[in-house]
Design a protein around this ligand. Sequence first.
Ligand code: PMP
Length: 352
Amino acid sequence: MSNFLHARHASLEAYVPGEQPTDQKYIKLNTNESPYPPLPEVVEAAAGAAALCHLYSDPEGKALRAKLAARYGVEPAQTILGNGSDEILSFAFQAFGGPDVPVAFPDISYGFYPVYADLYGIPKKIVPLREDFTVSADDYIGLGCGMIVIANPNAPTGLAIGLDDVARICAGNPDSVVLIDEAYVDFGARSAVTLLADHPNLLVVQTFSKSRSLAGGRLGYGIASAEIIADLNRMKYSINPYNINRMTLAAGEATLDHDEVCAARCAEIAATRAYTAVELRKLGFTLTDSLTNFLFARPADGDAAGMYAELRKRGILVRHFSGERVREYLRITVGTREQMDALLSAVREIQG
Ligand code: PMP
């Protein structure tokens, strides 16, 4: 820390991304990326756009937003693009929270939520998950917050709530924005986009990072009422109007042109997830019923830290969190069948 950092940030604990080591070749099952590269058409579109990089990108991302709007049956004015969905989350915390207006989210969820709250000086209303790691809609009624944020499915638990519960939370907090973070929705859960017409306080956030093989392209989006989107744009145009570069805009459009390939890949990952869960259970692991592209798995002895270290030695990276309620679990990204077989072999070897 330098002497120059403002005192308000002195105790800020920044988000720690999953490691991306280069010391050897790893099987990367630690950051929930897709194991499948972008389609050649997507790479080609991005390369073509690079040739025009002397010109700024379209700050409105009009062409891509029109395609997204058509895909989800909403108006283009109901959409906004982010440099990853992280940026949409950042805009939302800034827009709807404040020093006197708390934001609510579960105690076990995406680690960035408390970071944004702390960075922007927003009080946190932390709502504990139930003992079985589920979100109970009853715990989110009448919270009196500026915004409620729920990842659905949740991370790192992989568990989803139903749309009836999302609707109940929206109806139970008419004066709060309800942000449903659907980073993992394409792997088996249902999107709340269909609730938008009935719930003007709903903001759905999705990403191209997981189900559309574009984590390194950094592309996310929000869908909500035109008014909520205007609020988010107020943030965007006060921070970084050209937030999506030309290559990523082109890659996003080309990806949407092949959405059926992405859907097939998601189905493949869901099948591999089911296979891996069965095999891990045979090896004594306890797992939640994940609807995402990762598994939340507890080894029989609860020594997840030890298992993480042993897997790492064998060139397999998974994610371990040290939080009290989750430290006996590993979060394991679902890769290809071959990658999961390598993981299972390594676990068998570790178990002796
Ligand atoms: N929400 C959740 C729940 C996540 O796990 C992630 C991935 N780290 C994100 C949002 C952000 O993803 P991205 O910025 O790559 O869209």
